[in-house]
Write a protein that binds this ligand. Structure first.
Ligand code: CP3
Length: 347
């Protein structure tokens, strides 16, 4: 495991295990990316996004860039949740409109997938080693994967979706067949996260970006149950590595997610009211939830929103973050401004 685990715990690790820190540690989802000129320059060195993710020298540099510029408390591994479907044998490319996969056609398509390509993920573990070696010990390194449900949406829809009708229709018509897909994804995800942890990440985040599109019973079956099982397997293998769950859009089901999955921290999206977040905080560390558009706008609206989040949630374990990823149009100076706002105690 990383040098980190034997040395002083990082500020991130401290709040993930329940401590209260003022100012709170912070990082931003999608803190590496197109809003940074140095990222755009680096990205031009690879033929395509998948190659970029699988070239450790480039991916490690992308991992470190935002921390070098802004001094966040954590770096997030530069990779993508869709490398797992690719490792399972699905074709993946990134076009102008986002990711494109050859949509798997229910059970017949499932039969063509296998875990034999899992070793294609090994360059990501090398990215972890290179990044960890370059970061100071005070900076945590966060690994990640998509949660099984969210990864399944991309696999069954063939990319982003507006109505999720293909993936939901499969789940509703043929629950055992769909469960087989989720199991395949979950096994690959466990292997992927285990590889990241063995290479030195200090915590992992499960991105369930589309947790918010399912009715209650299906949320239980396809979001909570697979997440709980994955968390249990990770805890068995790596008892000291914190797990952050991010069931974006889960609304009133957040509480059940926190009560039942066993995550150490929960990422809250932008529309979760701060008093609801405070109730979640009585059970786990919370992470969030500044509106990415407020960061894009900057100025007084940014200062006010940051103060409101810190006043509401700063009395408990908090990782300051956005409610979703940094928008590509965000001026980097606004992130620098956020860094300044977060250095001062409100205390
Ligand atoms: O800085 C970081 O957050 C680390 C790297 C990271 C990326 N993707 C890099 C990336 C992380 C943590 C992700 C997670 C991810 N990938 C999610 C979950 C979070 C979320 O946004 O809900 C999802 C759904 C994906 C799948 C994905 N990858 C999509 C839908 C897209 C296209 C849309 C977009 O934002 O561009 C990607 C491409 C992608 N992944 C980019 C980056 C920096 C942009 C592509 C580029 O730079 O050319």
């Amino acid at each position: 495991m990383g040098a980190m685990n034997s040395a002083q715990p990082t500020r991130l690790a401290r709040v993930l295990t329940g401590e209260v820190l003022d100012p709170p540690p912070w990082w931003l989802m999608r803190q590496a990316g197109r809003y940074l000129p140095e990222y755009r320059a680096l990205r031009a060195e690879a033929a395509n996004f998948v190659e970029f993710c699988l070239t450790p020298s480039l991916a490690a540099e992308a991992t470190i860039q935002p921390v070098r510029r802004f001094g966040m408390d954590a770096a997030i591994l530069f990779a993508d949740i869709l490398l797992v479907p690719r490792a399972l044998g699905q074709r993946l490319c990134f076009g102008e409109e986002g990711p494109v996969l050859d949509a798997i056609d229910e059970t017949a398509g499932l039969a063509r997938l296998s875990s034999s390509g899992i070793s294609s993920l090994e360059p990501v573990y090398e990215t972890v080693r290179v990044s960890r070696a370059a970061l100071t010990p005070e900076t945590a390194l966060i690994g990640f994967a998509g949660a099984p449900w969210t990864v399944a949406t991309y696999m069954a829809e063939g990319g982003a979706s507006r109505d999720f009708r293909r993936v939901k229709a499969w789940a509703y018509r043929d629950p055992p067949g769909f469960a087989a897909l989720l199991e395949l994804i979950a096994d690959a995800t466990f292997a992927y996260l285990s590889g990241q942890i063995a290479a030195g990440v200090d915590a992992v985040q499960l991105f369930d970006s589309w947790a918010g599109v399912l009715p209650e019973a299906e949320f239980q079956r396809w979001v909570i149950a697979p997440t709980r099982q994955l968390v249990r397997r990770l805890k068995q293998a790596f008892p000291t590595v914190p797990v952050i769950g991010f069931p974006r859009g889960a609304g009133q089901l957040y509480e059940r997610y926190v009560a039942e999955t066993g995550v150490d921290a929960v990422g809250i999206d932008t529309v979760i009211p701060l008093d609801a977040a405070r109730r979640l905080q009585s059970r786990v560390c919370v992470q969030g939830n500044l509106d990415p558009v407020t960061l894009l706008v900057g100025g007084e609206p940014l200062a006010n929103a940051v103060r409101a989040i810190r006043e509401a949630l700063g009395g408990g374990p908090l990782v300051f973050n956005l409610g979703h990823g940094v928008l590509p149009q965000t001026p980097p100076e606004h992130v620098a401004e956020l860094a300044r706002l977060l250095t001062a105690p409100i205390g």
